[in-house]
Design a binder for this molecule. Structure first.
Ligand SMILES: Cc1ncc(COP(=O)(O)O)c(C=O)c1O
Length: 388
């Protein structure tokens, strides 16, 4: 039994989007947003819409909103408001920040990535390697899909500039001991570059405790609008040379890496999303997700094969599975027809799917649980999986 009180029905009532038959197990692709987030976006456009730096009321309101967004980001991630960079999404921010960082590197420098990563934390480094003559090394995973830290240690050298790794796998849910990986990276003189996209809806982030030099996530995966959010250590933001237009302000530090006008209405939604998560609380989210995850794992019919850790320890409630005799796309399509939203394929987690031998057979079905799911939805999904 959970020791934390969490009223899932009251929480669901805060989302108009959840007042329908379709059960959303597609959170890893993007979560639903509470009405407060939608309201904040609409209110900004109605009441404060402007660009910054104008000598009039709506522009000043917009400047306050941008400052509030940096505060909200710092409260969500740790670090200081100056160390926040907003962008279109994680992928765009990662291409931009990696290119800025690499202006200091030279041919033969090395980047270490992992086979647990989403391609948004792999391809930016492969492209840089192509441009600059870098070497990209891959850290393997063990049979149980946990990151092989011995292999990581073996891949590090005095040429390693970055260790890029995920906080959680968006394919199989496996968590990474981020503080330990960051420590190994730092011992080698490399930066710890964390993709927290998949982890962010499932648990609290503290960039300082994690040892992150750079950490990137996407508010649309944690109940906010389609937006990207990065933290980078102040000293790096100050030292790197950003790709920016000349008149754009150099302060706050993170702004140097924000090109053009920010999506102000989405920032309003972002602040509301951070408030929303705070109002629910991580203790409630973590314990409810764990309960639902256990319920799902315990009820999984024998026709389903799970890839990844068999229990809830060391994982987010994200499950990759195949169903005997049924291709993943067909299984997902049938579940969709029966009011259950799940994903199928490789979810851009190319290396892990290759490693699990799933890449040539259509990948897997992915079931993603978040705190707004309830036991009835999990039972309905289990029942339909059995019927498939
Ligand atoms: C783990 C992980 N990293 C990165 C991304 C890319 O995020 P974005 O769509 O914000 O570029 C995703 C998207 O699914 C993801 O799951």
């Amino acid at each position: 039994m959970s020791t934390v009180t969490f009223d899932v029905a009251a929480t669901r009532a805060r989302f108009s989007a959840l007042q329908r038959e379709l059960a959303f197990f597609d959170g890893p692709g993007g979560t639903q947003v509470p009405d407060a987030v939608i309201g904040a976006i609409a209110a900004y456009l109605r009441e404060s819409n402007a660009n910054v730096s104008g000598p009039y009321e709506t522009s000043r309101r917009t400047e306050r909103l941008v400052a509030d967004s940096r505060l909200a980001a710092a409260s969500f991630l740790g670090g200081s408001p100056d160390e926040v960079v907003f962008g279109a999404n994680m992928t765009t921010l990662n291409f931009a920040l990696s290119r800025a960082a690499a202006r200091e590197w030279s041919q033969g420098d090395e980047v270490v990535v992992t086979r647990l990563d989403h391609d948004a934390n792999v391809s930016p480094w492969l492209e840089l390697a192509d441009d600059l003559g870098l070497l990209v090394r891959f850290v393997d995973i063990r049979e149980d899909t946990t990151l092989d830290l011995e292999d990581l240690a073996a891949q590090l050298s005095e040429r390693t500039r970055v260790v890029a790794f995920p906080w959680a796998s968006n394919a199989v849910g496996t968590l990474v001991d981020v503080a330990r990986v960051a420590e190994l990276a730092h011992e080698a003189g490399a930066l710890a570059w964390i993709d927290a996209v998949h982890y962010a809806p499932h648990g609290p982030i503290d960039v300082v405790a994690a040892g992150a030099d750079v950490l990137i996530c996407s508010p649309y995966k944690f109940f906010g609008p389609h937006l990207g959010l990065a933290y980078a250590r102040a000293e790096l933001l100050e030292r790197w040379r950003p790709y920016k237009v000349r008149p754009a302000a150099d302060e706050p530090l993170g702004h140097r890496y924000e090109t053009g006008t920010l999506p102000h209405e989405l920032l309003a939604g972002f602040v509301a999303a951070v408030d929303y998560v705070g109002s629910v609380g991580w203790d409630a989210i973590v314990s409810h997700e764990r309960e639902l995850g256990q319920r799902f794992l315990q009820g999984l019919p024998p026709s389903c094969r799970l890839y990844g850790l068999p229990g809830m320890d060391g994982r987010a409630p994200t499950f990759a599975l195949t169903i005997d005799g049924l291709a993943p796309d067909e299984a997902a399509r049938r579940l969709g027809e029966r009011g259950l939203a799940v994903w199928h394929g490789n979810y851009y987690a190319l290396e892990v799917m290759k490693r699990l031998g799933l890449e040539d057979s259509g990948g897997a079905v992915r079931v993603g649980i978040v705190h707004y799911n309830n036991a009835e939805e999990v039972d309905r999904l289990l029942g339909e999986l059995e019927r498939l």
